[in-house]
Structure formats: C-alpha cells, structure tokens
Write a protein that binds this ligand. Sequence first.
Ligand code: SF4
Length: 328
Amino acid sequence: MERKVELKVVNLKKYFPVQKSFLERLLSGKIEYVQAVNRISFEVRRGEVFGLVGESGCGKTTTGRLITRLIEPTEGKIIFKGEDVTFIQGERLREFRKYVQIIFQNPYASLNPRMRIGEATAHPLEIHGIATGERKKKMVFEMLEKVGLEPAKKFYDLYPFELSGGQRQRVAIARAMILNPELVVADEPISMIDVSLRAKILELMLMLKEERNLTYVFITHDLAVAKYISDWIGIMYLGEIVEIGRKEQIFSTPYHPYTKALLSAIPVPDPKREKKDIKLKGEVPSSINPPSGCRFHPRCSFAKDKCSNLKPSLKMVDKDHYVACHLY
Ligand code: SF4
C-alpha cells in the first residue's frame, strides 16, 4: 500500500535579486536575479527519505530553506499534510515549526557558542512552551541519551567548543528531534564531520526515522550517501529537478545525461571492475543568466538543436520514474 503524501512541492520558485550599487543599477537599467530554484515539483511520502542531490550551488539548500519556511518563495506552493503552508504566518507558522525541523550542515556554526548543550537542546521546548523545570530537564536528558551523548549528565553543562564535530552534530539532531517533528530537512548533515563518524550519524538518523516514523528530505552532494539513506532521489541541476525516481531506478537505469555523469563519478571499490567516467564539458553556468532551453545543454554530449531553445519538462519514463530530457 502506498504511503500518504507528507510534503508536496508544486512549481516552487525562488529568485534572489542581485545586490548592486546605485551606480551599477543606474547603468544597467535592470534588476538581475539569481534563479536559485526554478519551478520544481516533487512529493515526499510519510516515513520515507527523499534524497535531494546535486552539485554545490544547484539550489538544494535554498529548497530546504523554502520547505522549512525559513525564506519566502517567489512563486509556487508548499503543501504539508494537505495544508497549503506557503505563506502562513504568526501562530500557524509557529505551530508548523513544531512539526517541521531542519538540521544544518555546519555543526560548528549552528550551535550558539555561549549556550551550554543542555540549554541549546531545551531551547525549542521553551520557545513552544512545551516544558519547564524538572520535566524539561528530564526530556533533554532522554533526548541526549537517545542520540548517543551518554551519560547525558556529563554533556548537559558543556559548551559546544568542548565537543567534537560528531558530538555537535548529535546535539543538532537532538535539538531538531526534541519536539517530536514529523518532517526533518537535513541539509548536508555529515559533510563537515570526520569521515570515520559519518556512518554513525547516518545510522542514528535512520534509527530515529524507524522509531518515530519520520519523513526526511535529505540534502547531499554525494550520491553514495543518498544511496545509503534514501528511498527516493531527486537530481537537481542549476535550480531545476532533472530526474526523480526510486533509489533503485536512479542507480540501475538512470536516464538523464547529468545523472549518468554523476553516477560515473562515484568511486568503484573493486579496482578490477571497469569504470567508464563520463566527463562533463565546461563549468556549471551562472544561475543569474542560465542557459536557455535545457539548462544542461552547454555541457551535454547529446545536445540537439532544440535543446538550446526548448525547455524539457519532467516526463514519466517508467512507473515512479521521471526525467526532463528531450532524448525521452
Ligand atoms: Fe542533453 Fe538535450 Fe537532454 Fe538537455 S534535453 S540533457 S541537452 S539531450
């Protein structure tokens, strides 16, 4: 049986105006925009992990911030559990934040250096008026132990600088989970911690997901990490989603030339196995003036005439598998 849709993103768009001096604006006569996210649509089902994958600057972090309503979209819709939350404000937004949390990439910057670990973890409970005094402390102790910071008593009074990167990211996870959210956006949560600790953080996140039937949007530049944790994968390129499918489909039958190139770049552990690297031409173009038609066309070895003037839309190529490319 198909699971319920927890999150639906429809034609979501975010353009940031380029900051220019008064003189530059006067001379150019126009306002330019960074087209960070350009009309993307996808669904995430309850209890599943949607891996959002792409190179740095492709718009995946902006997407995470839009979903969690940390920034306002330019256009489009965000539907959470059937409710349009795109522009909710005040009490409704506060309520929404109880159910939707974010874990940031950098555990060194996301914790207030002047706040002890206990205070930082308890902060969401205070903001939402959920617990005070001894009950609050008990909830924090339980949460710290749940994320492997044991004994919690030892960590409660420490400052972030006294913890390793892995321990700090565990605090960030504890802080996100203490409100018992339903949807968690994890923005590159392991990219800044030691390689030896990454698997442990992923295992912790999967354990919490199973235990609480959580839904994740897991943002990463690393397809191998996405393969480990995701049920579904969406591939982003220059602000747009170019392919979506179940994890197995993306890895066994990728369609989009960009997805194929990303997959070919994953190291193969067996040196005897032949690996065919697909080299991409040139650099990622600017998202201020992105290429017309298919944004990938200047780098694509299969580009045809129409690729430069006609934008391909996402089309179903197999059940649950969608690709935006004129080849299909
Ligand atoms: Fe390449 Fe054309 Fe497909 Fe874009 S639409 S990925 S340029 S073949």
